[in-house]
Design a protein around this ligand. Sequence first.
Ligand SMILES: Nc1ncnc2c1ncn2[C@@H]1O[C@H](COP(=O)(O)OP(=O)(O)OP(=O)(O)O)[C@@H](O)[C@H]1O
Length: 258
Amino acid sequence: MRVTAEGLDFDYRSWGHRGRKKVLDALTWTVEPGVTGLLGPNGAGKTTLLSLIVTLLPVRGGRLLIGEHDLATGTGRSRARRELGFVPQRFSLAGELTVADTVAYAAWVHGLDRRVCGEAALRALESVDLAGLADQRTRSLSGGQRQRVGIAAALAHEPRVLILDEPTAGLDPGQRLRVREVVAGLGEDRTVLISTHLIEDVAHLCSRIGVLAGGRIEFQGTFPELEALIDDTSGSSAYGSGFERAYDRLIARVGERP
Ligand SMILES: Nc1ncnc2c1ncn2[C@@H]1O[C@H](COP(=O)(O)OP(=O)(O)OP(=O)(O)O)[C@@H](O)[C@H]1O
């Protein structure tokens, strides 16, 4: 299932908040099935775009479609919500609940019949490789395990589109790798869109990449295509030369393109 933005505008002022005039400016982009990375400098509007996609913010200008469902209409939004799973940048888990109950509750909130929520939770936990911890209380989990519980909770109602806002931020390298492996598997039969600052994530995970800058998708393509934007004369590759510096260079190069 595709996510399609056509001429999408957004500003927080018309939404009653203080802030910069335009965050998204006639943004046009199609996210295809598989894992797509959304990159961009701090404050570029990545979380805003994800919030519009998952219907947390209203579409006021342009069009946004989840498959055929147009988020500008009430019917479109409610149909789209069944197809959407979302893991926000920060979320909290009720520490006293077990892992299985946490995910079963999320399934129930997403409208599944109470009688099938337990089964749905186990399926989702298997897909993030956490079925072995089903009976453990969430307060005893590591950061990476918590993140995987969050992903399972977003998956339990079997959405075809999964949106992850910085899923590996704050994790240690081992946990990051584990979350990455899980996300890669999920992209085999879904549309997965992840926002990230980590060039390692996009290098290892994303079949397609979009770079958000100046309110628009300034670059779309594969990681090697993005890498090719780095100055050839620097003689270094994005992946091999210090991730953060390389990331800044990549983003700067995208912004400089004619
Ligand atoms: N609720 C809000 N009210 C007013 N302005 C906001 C609000 N949320 C975000 N903004 C502003 O909108 C712009 C885009 O923010 P957003 O969080 O979408 O960017 P981002 O690319 O996700 O940033 P980061 O990489 O730092 O997470 C920023 O200038 C931010 O200050």
